[in-house]
Write a protein that binds this ligand. Structure first.
Ligand SMILES: [Zn+2]
Length: 114
């Protein structure tokens, strides 16, 4: 310690673990991930998907955190035994699963609206 100063590796800000860029220049979106609150809010809506007109249950209003949404999508698919996908702003599940999804989310500590 010549001059007693530490060299901060964070001089350029924190490095995104997703893409290796400084967080400000993050290209993968992970650095921008919102921290997930203890009681995240989830909203539910129904949509008709595509030309087939099949009903999908959409969970939206979630924290802007791709890893969190992806995990939640996997949990919900498993719990509901249905297909689904994580989207930019939430999770889509095949079928009218509002009641079921509401129960699952509440059990996970979500505030469910809609
Ligand atoms: Zn990144």
């Amino acid at each position: 310690m010549k001059d007693g100063k530490l060299v901060y590796s964070s001089a350029a800000g924190r490095i995104c673990r997703g893409c290796g860029q400084p967080e400000r220049g993050c290209r993968c979106g992970r650095a921008a991930a919102e921290p997930v609150p203890v009681r995240p809010v989830a909203k539910l809506r129904m949509e008709k998907a595509g030309r087939s007109g099949k009903t999908v249950t959409v969970v939206f209003g979630l924290p802007n955190n791709a890893a969190f949404v992806k995990d939640l999508a996997a949990d919900l698919k498993k719990a509901c035994g249905t297909g689904g996908t994580a989207t930019d702003d939430g999770v889509e599940l095949q079928g009218d699963l509002r009641e079921r999804v509401r129960e699952i989310l509440r059990a996970k500590g979500f505030q469910v609206k809609g």
